[in-house]
Design a protein around this ligand. Structure first.
Ligand code: GDP
Length: 514
């Protein structure tokens, strides 16, 4: 057994709203760990690493990595795998899917703003999966919301219990330190300097600071929740940390607790029941396919989450969907831009495997004769819709081929209207349209024309019958890829109107359907 194999794994992603401090926190966490290996960069715009990579043109133009990358660090005998989740205008279905490949999420909240829209969306996916969520309330060096109010906000908006692991002493200009509830130590804040961890007595607090702290802690002890590891692991309670990523304040304390609180690789549902991570059979599923990282070749990298057993370079695996045997021989790198070859990897790890067109998002790969499939990845509700046609009608055949392949691959969702059979695309974020358009042109040589629709909600009909008479252009009736009936609503208003008018029709937003 190699050293790597004996190390426990903790695989997580950060969920946050743009500018909350995800990149800064990731950088600080990486600095604390040894043996950093990272894919591309945390975010291209800052380090400019993207310039040296040969990722698809669209990435270079925008200076971002379109798809999430994987980073690794070792900390206190634990191998931590961080999956980056793109945000901003790069938000896409991939961002959601990445969360299906992690065992823990870290929610970064800007303490001056509280819970913001994108955090909430991603939070819902974590909640649906029941994974543990650790909260880091950032920007303590700035005047923010009251810590107690922030806890109340999390409890109310996210409907989960909180447990403050540490507690701020002052904030913004008056920030003095953070008090660690488990050992009563204080990390003292001195702007621009290394922060010392000392005992409460040594912290040099003024009387009013001590009084306020005593009061707050008493309130938390008496009126707050009791810590429960079971609730944390079930995603019912979130341990909350305060700190400032930019000042590297509270980050080490957070990481120390993270390795304890984060969940190890979890068992996963499959067609043959639950698969345990320590099962000897190698198995995993593909949660993302990154296309054309090298424009000279039509290569793609499929990102595989290992769920059980060990990966060894050169091994033969079965693609469960087709039964095809594939040798995972060449170009099996962990990380996109560095193209580092990986020889072995274990349950909880993410590997990038070379794909010449075999794989689809959601595919199961495994060894041995006991072939099973991991449960389907949930379909995430798109928010932006567009009608798509080929600009040149003569390219009809290429258009269909490209459209269907890219949809199969999970690039974008596809719907059809009844009667006219129009193609309507659905995406979670704008970027998916750009990638789709780019790939149709570059890989299938088809120029497409997109006409954006005013709709913003997709709801699957799970019960009751919907007839033409009940729908119109504001409530557009379509079928998805699996011939399920879907209604595209213009907005909440038309959606609510429909629900009131036809209470017998049961609608679902997609991800709770499976
Ligand atoms: P991301 O969009 O969530 O990845 O956020 P970034 O890490 O890029 O941070 C957004 C902005 O907030 C940047 O200007 C950071 O320098 C700043 N920032 C991050 N952490 C802190 C912090 O603890 N305090 C303050 N004052 N600013 C921060």
């Amino acid at each position: 057994m190699s050293k790597q194999e004996t190390l426990p794994r903790k695989t997580f992603a950060i969920i946050s709203h743009p500018d909350a401090g995800k990149t800064t926190l990731t950088e600080k966490v990486l600095l604390l760990g040894g043996g950093i290996r990272k894919a591309g960069t945390v975010k291209g715009k800052k380090s400019g690493v993207y310039a040296t990579s040969d990722w698809m043109e669209i990435e270079k133009q925008r200076g971002i990595s379109v798809t999430s990358s994987v980073m690794q660090l070792e900390y206190e005998g634990v191998q931590i795998n961080i999956l980056d989740t793109p945000g901003h205008q790069d938000f896409s279905e991939d961002t959601y899917r990445t969360l299906t490949a992690v065992d823990t999420a870290v929610m970064v909240i800007d303490g001056t703003k509280g819970i913001e829209a994108q955090t909430l969306k991603l939070f819902k996916v974590c909640k649906m999966r029941g994974i543990p969520i650790l909260t880091f309330i950032n920007k303590l060096d700035r005047e923010g919301k009251e810590p107690l109010d922030l806890l109340a906000e999390i409890e109310e908006v996210l409907e989960m219990e909180t447990y403050a692991m540490n507690w701020p002493i002052g904030m913004g200009k008056t920030l003095k330190g953070i008090y660690n509830r488990s050992d009563q130590s204080v990390e003292v804040f001195i702007e621009g300097q290394e922060h010392q961890v000392v005992s409460l007595e040594e912290a040099g607090l003024r009387d009013y600071e001590t009084e306020k702290l005593d009061e707050d802690i008493m309130l938390l002890d008496e009126a707050g929740n009791t810590f429960s590891m079971e609730k944390v692991r079930d995603g019912k309670m979130t341990p909350v940390f305060f700190g400032s990523a930019l000042s590297n304040f509270g980050v080490q304390g957070f990481l120390e607790q993270f390795v304890q609180l984060a969940a190890p690789p979890q068992p996963r549902q499959s067609s043959k029941g639950e698969v345990q991570p320590n099962a000897p059979q190698f198995s995993g599923f593909i949660f993302k396919i990154q296309a054309n990282m090298n424009p000279k070749h039509r290569d793609r990298i499929a990102f595989l989450r290992i769920c059980s057993g060990a990966f060894e370079r050169g091994m033969d695996v079965t693609l469960a969907r087709t039964g095809k045997r594939i040798k995972l021989a060449q170009s099996h790198q962990f990380f996109a831009s560095e193209r580092e070859t990986v020889d072995t990897a274990y349950a909880g790890d993410i590997i990038g495997i070379y794909d010449s067109g075999n794989y689809q998002v959601g595919d199961t790969l495994l060894t041995g004769n006991d072939v099973f499939q991991y449960e389907e990845l949930p379909q995430f509700p798109p928010e932006r819709f567009a009608k798509v046609i080929a600009k040149n009608a003569l390219k009809h055949k290429h258009f269909h081929k490209g459209l269907h392949q890219l949809v199969q691959e999970g690039t974008i969702q596809l719907y059809r209207t009844p009667y006219f059979d129009d193609y309507i695309l659905g995406a979670v974020g704008e970027l998916q349209y750009q990638v789709f358009e780019y790939r149709m042109k570059n890989e299938y040589n088809v120029d497409i024309e997109l006409t954006y629709l005013p709709h913003s909600l997709a709801r699957w009909v799970v019960e009751g019958e919907v007839t033409d008479r009940m729908t119109d252009s504001r409530k557009l009736l379509v079928k998805d890829l699996h011939e399920r009936t879907v209604i595209l609503f213009e907005n909440d208003f038309t959606y609510n109107w429909f629900k009131d008018k036809y209470p017998e029709v049961k609608l679902s937003s997609g991800w709770d359907m499976l």
